[in-house]
Design a protein around this ligand. Structure first.
Ligand SMILES: *[C@@H]1O[C@H](CO)[C@@H](O)[C@H](O)[C@H]1NC(C)=O
Ligand SMILES: *[C@@H]1O[C@H](CO)[C@@H](O)[C@H](O)[C@H]1NC(C)=O
Ligand SMILES: *[C@@H]1O[C@H](CO)[C@@H](O)[C@H](O)[C@H]1NC(C)=O
Ligand SMILES: *[C@@H]1O[C@H](CO)[C@@H](O)[C@H](O)[C@H]1NC(C)=O
Ligand SMILES: *[C@@H]1O[C@H](CO)[C@@H](O)[C@H](O)[C@H]1NC(C)=O
Ligand SMILES: CC(=O)N[C@H]1CO[C@H](CO)[C@@H](O)[C@@H]1O
Length: 404
């Protein structure tokens, strides 16, 4: 409840600021300081009078009694995203400001606050009486502090004394930005809606977002809610993703998982693919499309092919058959010869046999014409004789009973 009310109040105040945006955020705000000299009170540093002559009653002044610390603060009355601070110092007395610090805090206990600026000017001449310093952070109190407990440089005053004529704090109420006009809203992706008062860049990004140029971007798709606010690097990538931003593993990795860092496929590739990222295709003649992952040599070749990548055809007789992958020699030599016998020798042989048979048949036919076959074989004597003599012989011998 209390928190909600405060928020509402902040929004209302912010709205007032929108309508008076050109006003310095420190002007007329409550102030305090460590000690006072004469009538030069702390409020004179936010009265809008920038005259740097201390006798014009435009500057505050702390005690001149040789104190070793001096401070002055302004209460901005709400958390302000501070951008820069203008300091108008008393002319001619800048050695008293040397080595000063600007401190941002949320309470008047400024010593525990953040030092947003520390002067390190090497000489009096390098510290002009009008200072314009970048001082970034969210705070309600802004303190100027001089410490002479240790005198760091010879040109510094011995005692700590502050004579601020005007302090202008530039910034915007938390949640708004705009140059000299806080009329733009900081993005929701900024932590607590805090952004740089003039650029609108998030001071920090909300959980689930990271700094991305001017704004904050959502953590990458596969890195749900847990990335580094500055770099966007994922704290933890889920299985199946890799790299700083949890990119999906290559789809060709076996079992869809890959090395967390660089995304190479540790568990091999899906069939037909090879390479560290499994994005290369195995040679087409690998048996079953499978090849070795690093260089893509085939584990085995399709029938009729050989070589590391199975580009070569098995020679001659082995075509369409298996030959050794290493050198192409036929794996089944005998079968290979049979194959050639059948293909070449058999038809020739067949033709030859046919021709011979035909010849014999013709010859035999010629011999049998008008004879009584069997007798002829029993009469070797007459083999040399003329056929008409032979023709008459069988009758003679068969009649005599010499046959059998
Ligand atoms: C202002 O500072 C003085 C010490 O210099 C302190 O005693 C006093 O309480 C402070 N006032 C406020 C309102 O903080
Ligand atoms: C003041 O409080 C805000 C939150 O309201 C916080 O963001 C900021 O860091 C604080 N500033 C300092 C100087 O502690
Ligand atoms: C102070 O510096 C800021 C940037 O740091 C700049 O925008 C602004 O104009 C300067 N103001 C003066 C009066 O020089
Ligand atoms: C903010 O004010 C400036 C100048 O007054 C104007 O140009 C700009 O459009 C305003 N932006 C918004 C968001 O109102
Ligand atoms: C395979 O992927 C790697 C890493 O993404 C890439 O460098 C390479 O060029 C890709 N190769 C092919 C053939 O696509
Ligand atoms: C940006 C802005 O509003 N600046 C004003 C701060 O206050 C002084 C007067 O003290 C004006 O002169 C500036 O213009």
């Amino acid at each position: 409840m209390e928190r909600g009310k405060t928020k509402l109040l902040v929004i209302c105040i912010a709205f007032i600021h929108l309508s008076n945006a050109s006003e310095n955020l420190s002007r007329g705000k409550p102030t305090n300081m460590s000690s006072i000299y004469g009538t030069w009170s702390s409020d004179l540093a936010v009265d809008g009078c920038k005259n740097q002559n201390v006798f014009r009653s435009c500057c505050m002044h702390t005690s001149d009694q040789g104190l070793l610390e001096a401070w002055w603060w302004v209460d901005l009355e709400e958390p302000i995203a501070v951008g820069n601070v203008l300091i108008y110092y008393r002319d001619g007395w800048i050695h008293r400001l040397g080595g000063y610090e600007i401190i941002l805090s949320n309470t008047s206990e400024w010593a525990q606050g953040d030092r947003c600026y520390i002067d390190k000017s090497p000489s009096k001449c390098s510290l002009p009486s009008l200072q314009n310093n970048t001082c970034q952070g969210v705070a309600q109190f802004l303190t100027i502090y001089v410490d002479r407990r240790v005198k760091l440089r010879s040109w510094y005053s011995r005692a700590a004394i502050l004579e601020l004529c005007e302090i202008e704090v530039y910034g915007c109420p938390v949640g708004y930005y705009g140059t000299g006009n806080c009329n733009s809203s900081c993005d929701v992706s900024c932590v607590d809606r805090n952004c740089h008062p003039s650029t609108g860049i998030c001071l920090r990004c909300s959980p689930g977002y990271y700094k991305d140029g001017q704004g904050c971007s959502e953590c990458k798709q596969h890195c749900p809610g847990v990335c580094d606010g500055e770099t966007g690097v994922c704290a933890h990538c889920p299985e199946g993703t890799f790299g700083d931003f949890c990119k999906p593993c290559p789809s060709e990795c076996a079992s869809g998982s890959c090395a967390k860092k660089r995304g190479h496929c540790e568990k091999g590739c899906v069939t037909g693919k090879f390479g560290a990222h499994c994005n290369k295709t195995c040679p087409e003649n690998c048996r079953n499309g499978m090849c070795e992952q690093t260089v893509g040599t085939c584990a085995d070749c399709k029938h009729g092919k050989y070589g590391f990548t199975c580009e070569e055809s098995c020679p001659g007789c082995c075509e369409g058959r298996h030959c050794l992958q290493a050198d192409g020699t036929c794996a089944e030599k005998a079968e290979c010869n049979d194959c050639s016998a059948l293909k070449v020798v058999f038809p020739v042989l067949l033709a030859f046999v046919i021709v011979v048979c035909a010849f014999i048949i013709i010859r035999m036919k010629q011999r049998y014409t008008g004879t009584c076959g069997p007798a002829k074989l029993k009469e070797p004597f007459y083999a040399d004789n003329k056929s008409n003599i032979e023709l008459e012989q069988p009758n003679v011998y068969s009649n005599s009973g010499a046959v059998d």
